[in-house]
Design a protein. Structure first.
Length: 500
């Protein structure tokens, strides 16, 4: 029987009223298992109205009240992490261990939000002039919104709303309509933890819902994670409507392998970073840049490891990689592999014909490895978002860095080397927002901030960490003079205020 996923507005389930529904499939079987309500602009407006009403009390609530809710929320998420992961696997397709890892990384930001009291401390300067003090404080924005992608249906929302509500804002979440159930469970658990109705709302939908959020006058800020074309659209549209925006876009993450690197460690890293979560993550390594002297050996070691990866349903404990999210996405990913040879690449592994016995209608694709890829080929230029690894060859370190810096993306990158001087030079010279040294997926811990450069980020703020707190608050400076009881009236002075 098909399950129905409705909206969560004002602390309760609200049935979809637009008449529009979207299908949600089990990627392992290809079967439609769920229908999700797609919101109209009026339904989005109802969620924003609930958030605005809740802000009147939540925005002035004590830090102690907010953190008490968040501590209870953290405990509930920890207790229910298997249930959240099971929903992710059922609708996204990633293996259960990957889904559990996603929940764990989201919990990091909930834990950061539990300690928001220190993040929101202001500054005070006394006696800047005679009996004059100056204080800097941070205050919430009001109603803020998050638009999140299919590839991390629990983690990315948790990168946003825990910090936003800890800072005193109320939140409207528009998760991906491809795998919406995890977001609803996150909201239900928040209510169970004692979060007042309307502080966190979930509306499902497509472009109609997105545009309604971008245009709504009561939405003060928008957070987004997704592809670069949509990130650019979100940034331009929301900014034009006077909103604060952080929009994280796509990536083409490179890993430079120098001749002194531990090639076994580099090959292990390349396989895990390229093929983990079926390559459906913006921090996947999709391009290995190898110096000529080690390229042949490195490609051989990557191939040997890739051939041993077991692909199967995400709920099978023996599976190491699951299917792709939709049939259409699977076919698009496959097209880059089938067209690679004509564009000059050597196809070392071709996963396009892969299937799983008993699950023939699933969205399956095997691991693909393309060697000697040119920088003008489609497989290199586009973000494939699937288990396809490109290897490019260069003669020198300088050639490798130049190739990588020429990419329009600047999300994450890595270098593998035993040379500390080379690593230090790389981290200074590379044009990317997140750098790993012998770390293939340099996703920062929660108390640092996540974000790229160039076409991987639109807006001035990275997500979570200090940048997240600053994004969800605005600064105010208060200058105060309290006259001493013995002071005589000062009279009128038309001159410029003096600080001495």
């Amino acid at each position: 029987m098909t399950k129905t996923v409705n909206h969560w507005i004002g602390g309760k389930t609200v049935e979809g009223a637009s008449g529009n529904w979207g299908p949600v499939t089990d990627p392992a079987t290809g079967a439609v298992t769920t229908r999700v309500a797609l919101a109209s602009a009026d339904e989005v407006g109802a969620a924003v109205a609930a958030a605005k009403e809740a802000y009147a009390a939540w925005g002035t609530s004590s830090l102690a009240q907010r953190t008490a809710v968040l501590f209870r929320y953290r405990a509930l998420l920890d207790a229910r992490r298997d249930d959240i992961a099971a929903l992710i696997t059922a609708e996204h397709g990633k293996v259960h261990s990957d889904a559990l890892g996603e929940v764990a990384r989201g919990l990091e930001i909930v834990e950061l939000a539990c300690g928001i009291t220190t993040q929101l401390k202001g500054e005070l300067s006394t006696q800047v002039s005679s009996r004059v003090d100056v204080a800097s404080i941070r205050q919430p924005l009001g109603v803020v919104a998050g638009i999140t992608p299919f590839n991390f249906p629990a983690m990315v929302p948790m990168w946003m709303f825990p910090l936003a509500i800890a800072c005193g804002n109320t939140f409207v979440l528009k998760p991906s309509e491809k795998d919406p159930s995890a977001a609803v469970l996150l909201a239900e658990l928040a209510a169970e933890a004692g979060l007042p109705g309307g502080v966190l709302n979930v509306v499902h939908g497509d472009k109609v819902a997105v545009d309604a959020l971008l245009a709504h006058p009561d939405v003060a800020a928008v957070s987004f994670v997704g592809s670069t074309p949509i990130a650019r659209y979100i940034h331009e549209t929301a900014s034009a409507n006077g909103k604060r925006v952080q929009a994280l876009g796509g990536a083409k993450n490179h890993m430079l392998v120098l001749p002194d690197a531990d090639l076994d460690a580099a090959a292990d890293a390349a396989v895990s970073a390229a093929y983990g979560s079926a390559g459906e993550r913006c921090m996947a390594i999709s391009a290995v840049v190898a110096l000529d002297s080690v390229a042949d050996e490195l490609v051989d070691r990557i191939r040997e490891r890739a051939e041993k990866i077991k692909i199967g349903p995400g709920n099978d404990p023996s599976s190491e990689m699951g299917p792709l999210i939709t049939r259409a996405h699977r076919d698009k990913v496959a097209s880059y592999v089938t067209g690679a040879a004509a564009q000059g690449a050597e196809v070392v592994l071709d996963g396009t014909g892969y299937t799983v016995e008993g699950y023939e209608d699933g969205h399956w694709i095997g691991l693909s490895l393309l060697d000697k890829v040119s920088t003008d080929s489609d497989a290199y230029r586009d973000e494939i978002f699937g288990p396809v690894l490109c290897v490019l060859r260069v003669a020198t370190y300088e050639d490798g860095v130049a190739l990588m810096n020429a990419s329009p993306f600047g999300n994450g990158t890595a270098v593998f080397t035993r040379d500390g001087g080379a690593a230090r030079r790389f981290q200074m010279e590379i044009e990317a927002g997140m750098v790993g040294v012998n770390v293939p997926i340099p996703v920062p811990v929660g108390y640092h901030s996540f974000g790229g450069w160039k076409d991987s980020l639109f807006g001035d703020h990275h997500i979570y960490g200090n940048d997240g707190v600053h994004f969800y608050t605005r600064g105010k400076v208060v200058t105060t003079r309290w006259p001493d009881p013995s002071d005589a009236p000062a009279g009128v002075d038309l001159g410029f205020p003096r600080n001495h």
